[in-house]
Write a protein that binds this ligand. Structure first.
Ligand code: GCV
Length: 594
């Protein structure tokens, strides 16, 4: 290590790593070259961020390698928190958080443990993340004040993140001019409202000069938005963007806008259509510093969804894809579910179209950071994929395992995790149907839990068949929101992939899949197989000597696998029994269905 000892320098960097600054190397602020020979790693970069990323890379390397150049594919690599400042009566300290309390907030106050925030910043920087939002997109009254009289607390967090070249974002309420500013309106076209936002931005940049910008959930699930004033989402986003533009800040405007008070009897309204219906007419109308943040699938982070047509269709708008590391619908960090193969499949379709990769964090005050120790792999790979969306998700898993566990444990960890998303999918909702979870908290099976609810998430199972007809020919027309070749592929039963069949089509139980089996037999088979796979995962983990991975961690994962096995059996039995009772078709293999 030559000459520099900044705060970001990883603790374990020693003389075997040579960091050299070359302002003329032409790699931008974050790029670097790295080579390792004879046990010494050399990093060359123009600026501190590049040296930092190179130093973390050096720590990942084991083998000698020729000089290689690395630059992030995306300038915006974002981790977003759904952390509340005040404990919410229903959602708690962290909305959909499964890792204990918030790393930032505790019972209405800024955390007293800012050193842990620094540790978290280092952890994120090591994965490549460079932007972090510190509060929930559902901005409650107390949290809204982070923009005004509680700004100093955001500045304190920003100070810790800055040491690792991470900039802070703040979720703000669209109604702030009214609720905080005392104005009579939050109409984005009203000059006083625009001036209120401009003044708010000036105050923010006075204390946080490298502030990243605002995250906004508007007209969604009860959050205020421009519709109340007869304005479009472009009007709304552009008003905030104008306030941030002089300082180089961005607005991350969420496309998660749908009717959550739908009448289940109304078969013409399709929640999957909502984002595209709302936003595609606005393509080209957003300011340059607005980034439309789109959940990767059209509904809501289900175990299997097609890619959102918004990400494939809005060529004149800057886009971000949003993933969910917090496992709301994928086992809530009680189940092993390594999600990057899902994310990577999405990125292979949209990476060239997005300006930012956003992930909803799975981190809390838990000593293992993520509740389930193995859920750390999702956090790690989220950052690495944001840096380079072309990375192989299974190679990333092995990278994380190698950096975290001794070699002797690697085989078991790989076997447990590499297909864990497919395993989770197999014992939960079949063939892309989704939302068969218990309402509210979303853990465990309840096949009809959302079937007669206002949330727009139905499967339409009856005695003859199951699935949602989203075709143009006979259904909601959602397939038509896709450009070719997707539209035709999903529209046709011949070409629709099995794993998304029930997302796009309502079919009889006797429908034969491309795999050659009927829908009903597939449901039985896949649920028996999924639960059996979890039993095997548990057996493998229990056979691993605890000392190899640490007694405490071994015990924690062991307890969680026991819960995963219990839950998988519950899913298997409820889903199989439900469909057996609906269809009356027995299992061809005569297994026990209740
Ligand atoms: C933060 C789903 C979740 C909500 C979440 C929302 C969103 O509806 O259940 O908890 O709110 O998505 O992404 O805004």
């Amino acid at each position: 290590m030559t000459g520099v000892h900044p705060a970001w320098l990883p603790r374990d960097v020693d003389d075997s790593i040579v960091l050299t600054r070359d302002p003329d190397c032409g790699l931008g602020e974050e790029g670097y070259t790295i080579a390792r020979a004879g046990g010494v790693t050399t990093v060359v970069a123009a600026g501190e961020p590049g040296l930092m990323y190179g130093a973390f890379h050096a720590l990942r390397l084991r083998e000698d390698c020729p000089a290689a150049t690395h630059r992030p594919a995306k300038a915006r690599r974002v981790m977003q928190h759904w952390d509340n400042v005040f404990v919410h009566p229903v959602m708690g300290q962290v909305e959909r958080g499964y890792s204990g309390g918030s790393v930032f907030w505790e019972d209405g106050a800024l955390t007293a443990d800012l050193d842990r925030v620094s540790d978290y910043a280092r952890l994120l920087a090591a994965t490549g993340i460079n932007l972090v939002s510190v509060n929930n997109v559902n901005v409650h009254a107390g949290e809204a004040r982070l923009l005004t009289d509680r700004l100093g607390e955001v500045a304190a967090l920003a100070g810790r993140f800055r040491q690792y070249h991470i900039r802070v974002l703040l979720s703000v309420s669209f109604a702030s001019p009214v609720t905080l500013g005392g104005l009579g309106t939050a109409d984005p076209c009203d000059p006083a409202v625009r001036e209120w936002w401009a003044a708010a931005a000036r105050r923010v940049y006075a204390v946080i000069p490298d502030f990243g910008g605002f995250v906004v959930k508007a007209d969604s699930e009860g959050q205020p938005g421009p519709f109340a004033y007869g304005r479009t989402h472009a009007d709304g986003a552009n008003a905030l963007a104008a306030a941030l533009a002089p300082f180089g800040g961005d607005v991350y405007w969420r496309a998660f806008v749908y009717n959550h008070r739908q009448d289940w009897r109304d078969r013409s309204t399709d929640r999957a259509r909502a984002a595209f219906d709302h936003f595609s007419p606005l393509d080209g109308q957003f300011a340059d510093n607005v980034i439309l943040q789109v959940k990767h699938g059209p509904i809501d982070f289900q175990p299997r969804e097609p890619v959102s047509p918004v990400l494939l269709g809005m060529a004149a708008t800057r886009l971000a894809v949003e993933f969910q590391a917090t496992q709301e619908y994928t086992g809530q960090q009680r189940h092993v579910c390594y999600l990057p193969p899902m994310w990577s499949a999405v990125l292979s379709a949209v990476a060239d179209r997005v300006d930012a990769v956003v992930t909803v964090s799975n981190v809390g005050e838990d000593p293992y950071w993520t509740g389930h120790p193995l859920a750390q792999a999702n956090l790690y790979a989220a950052g690495r994929l944001a840096w380079d969306p072309a990375l192989d998700p299974i190679a990333l898993l092995d990278e994380w395992i190698r950096l975290t566990f001794p070699d002797a444990a690697a085989g078991v960890l790989h076997a447990l995790m590499d297909s864990s998303w497919a395993v989770y999918e197999s014992y939960t909702a079949p063939l892309g149907v989704g939302f068969m979870v218990k309402p509210g908290h979303h853990y465990g099976p309840d096949v009809d839990g959302y079937e007669y609810s206002p949330w727009g998430t139905y499967h339409f199972a009856d005695r003859d068949g199951v699935g949602v007809d989203r075709t143009v020919a006979t259904g909601t027309g959602f397939c038509g929101q896709y450009p070719p070749p997707w539209s035709a592929r999903y529209e046709s039963l011949e070409t629709c992939p099995d794993e998304l069949l029930l997302f796009f089509h309502h079919v009889p139980y006797s429908h034969v899949l491309h795999s050659g089996t009927t829908v009903i037999q597939h449901i039985y088979d896949i649920h028996f197989a999924g639960a059996a796979a979890v039993t095997e995962m548990r057996r493998r983990w229990d056979a691993l000597p605890p000392a190899l991975v640490g007694e405490g961690l071994h015990a924690r994962v062991g307890e969680l696998l026991a819960e995963q096995e219990r839950s998988a059996v519950e899913w298997r039995d409820q889903i199989n029994t439900y469909f057996f009772r609906k269809s009356g078709v027995p299992d061809a293999l005569g297994r026990r269905i209740h």
